[in-house]
Design a protein around this ligand. Structure first.
Ligand SMILES: Nc1ncnc2c1ncn2[C@@H]1O[C@H](COP(=O)(O)OP(=O)(O)O)[C@@H](O)[C@H]1O
Ligand SMILES: [Mg+2]
Ligand SMILES: [Zn+2]
Length: 511
């Protein structure tokens, strides 16, 4: 007899429907899986057999053929265990669930005793199954909340294969999973690290607020222990709350990468990723025989923190060009080409010199000027070109370390960032730009007219610090964001003067 069970398979960050067909017929005892299964699907044969026997069902001593359709897309992972096992139980007439089988998709890895283990990709599978016309999905317990984020769709969880059979026999008479409002609230994202933890460093926080307000990539320069990592980790918390679409995009990426924790529903906080400078190209931009997202995608809608920026190999920074330019990354393989979203805010950190102490008033720097120059020039030009803000981070004085007064909390900074972004939203309506950082030269001329005083100030700064034409454009963008934070219509002299301060590396590198 032939049974047909619905499931889903991951391709990139999305899932497509898969029909699991199980045929049991007379013939030489054996088990064949067709439809481009990978090693994991083949291994599932053994798990399925043990799980069926240990759940009190009979495993047929006949000729079994399992077909995963469509056959032309590569499938991976153990998530087909449950649909295959259920198909076998139906095909051998051990359960009558014909009525409901067409309405529901199934996914889950089986352990030998018939219990279900969590799978990755539950959210995209739920979305894909709804799109394919199913009304419900059955998942392992740990994946239920994540799948239940999908609207107008029912999610049931089962602990064991036996429970799954009973649920189908009962015509899905069980309570569908419901996530609490708290688990999907995006208005007040639950960040664990808050800017209030940071003592002093007011001007650094100010610069990070400007970076967040205009979508500007930035780099912090300061001695070890000055708090660069601490500050960077808190940048997501001052970015605007994610929209539902953004949160779903992020959750899908973490879901297919297998990074959701049991019981997680929706990722509510913007990501913070901090790959080490020894990260492989595949680790950074994504890869693998069946490509999975890399750090640039796991930082999507959040912050990619590159600590010790000059230590990153040139090639690593080269491959980041496409995501920096296009907000997505394309991974080409012989069989498929996949695109993952990768729209992140870049935050870099570095020492001011090889020994780290050239800007530290309390420690002696042991580097020669040549060594310092060589160190700074290690950051690739194309990358530095995309960094709008250079922030000097001094080490805290002992007075500042001792102070008890908490700093300004993230929420207040975030509210100002949201207000500044609103102005950019109005400015760029009907254009391809979302924020000031994205403006090209033409947009800059259109949206950022300069008064005579501002033009004169810029000219003086360019001459004094020998700034490049690019630095000139960057300063105007920054000044525009600083003006937006004040709800100022026009870019003023004070905005521009502050913006000039954030180009200190230009002076060090080329001055
Ligand atoms: N401004 C600050 N306020 C509170 N603690 C700080 C501050 N700066 C540094 N620290 C403390 O010093 C530690 C080291 O800071 P870290 O961010 O790792 O410095 P860096 O990355 O610049 O080397 C932090 O974990 C934190 O405990
Ligand atoms: Mg650090
Ligand atoms: Zn030094």
């Amino acid at each position: 007899m032939l049974a047909r069970v619905h499931s889903a398979a991951i391709h990139g960050v999305d899932a497509y429907p898969v029909q699991v067909e199980v045929d049991v017929s007379f013939g030489r005892e054996g088990f064949a899986v067709v439809g481009l299964p990978d090693a994991a699907v083949r291994e599932s044969i053994d798990r399925v057999e043990a799980a069926i026997r240990n759940s009190g069902f009979e495993f047929p001593k006949e000729r079994i053929t399992v077909n995963l359709a469509p056959a032309d897309i590569r499938k991976e992972g153990p998530a087909f265990d449950l649909p295959i096992a259920l198909g076998l139980i139906v095909a051998t007439g051990q359960v009558a669930a014909d009525g409901v089988l067409d309405e529901v998709a199934l996914t889950g890895e089986l352990s030998l005793d018939g219990r279900l283990r969590p799978i990755s990709g539950a959210l995209p599978m739920a979305l894909g199954s709804r799109m394919a016309g199913r009304r419900a999905i059955i998942t392992p317990p740990d994946n239920g909340n994540e799948a239940a984020v999908v609207a107008d769709f029912e999610v049931f969880t089962v602990k064991t294969l036996y429970d799954c059979v009973k649920l189908l026999e009962s015509n899905l008479r069980d309570e569908p999973v419901r996530v609490s409002d708290e688990q999907i609230d995006l208005e007040t994202p639950p960040y664990e690290a808050d800017m209030a933890d940071v003592k002093g460093q007011e001007h650094v926080k100010r610069a990070l607020e400007i970076a967040a307000a205009g979508g500007h990539n930035c780099v912090m320069v300061g001695p070890p222990g000055s708090g660069k990592t601490m500050l960077a980790r808190r940048v997501p918390s001052i970015l605007p709350p994610m929209t539902l679409d953004e949160a779903l995009e992020v959750t899908k990426l973490y879901s297919v990468k297998g990074l959701m924790r049991p019981g997680d529903a929706l990722i509510q906080t913007r990501p913070f990723r901090h790959p080490h400078h020894t990260v492989s190209t595949a680790g950074l931009i994504g890869g693998g025989s069946v490509p999975s997202p890399g750090e640039v995608s796991l930082a999507h809608h959040g912050v990619l923190f590159l600590d010790e920026l000059p230590e990153f190999p040139r090639n690593a920074l080269e491959v980041m060009r496409q995501p920096l330019e296009d907000d997505e990354v394309t991974i080409a393989r012989a069989q498929t080409t996949l695109t993952f979203p990768a729209n992140f805010q870049l935050v870099g950190a570095m020492n001011p010199c090889p020994c780290g102490f050239s800007t530290d008033p309390q420690r002696e720097c042991t580097c020669s000027p040549t060594e310092v120059g060589r160190y700074l020039k290690q950051i690739s030009g194309p990358l530095l070109d995309r960094i709008d803000i250079h922030i000097e981070v001094p080490r805290l004085t002992s007075d500042e370390v001792m102070q008890r007064r908490p700093g300004e909390p993230s929420e207040r900074m975030r509210n100002r960032v949201v207000a500044a972004r609103r102005q950019q939203h109005e400015r760029f309506g009907g254009t391809p730009f979302h924020n000031n950082a994205e403006m090209n030269t033409k947009a800059l001329r259109e949206f950022c007219p300069l008064s005579d005083e501002v033009a004169a100030l810029l000219k003086a700064a360019i001459e004094q610090f020998a700034l490049s034409a690019r630095a000139h454009d960057r300063i105007i963008k920054l000044a525009r964001t600083i003006a937006d934070l004040e709800s100022a219509e026009q870019i003023g002299v004070a905005h521009t003067a502050e913006a000039v301060q954030y180009r200190s590396l230009d002076r060090k590198l080329w001055g």
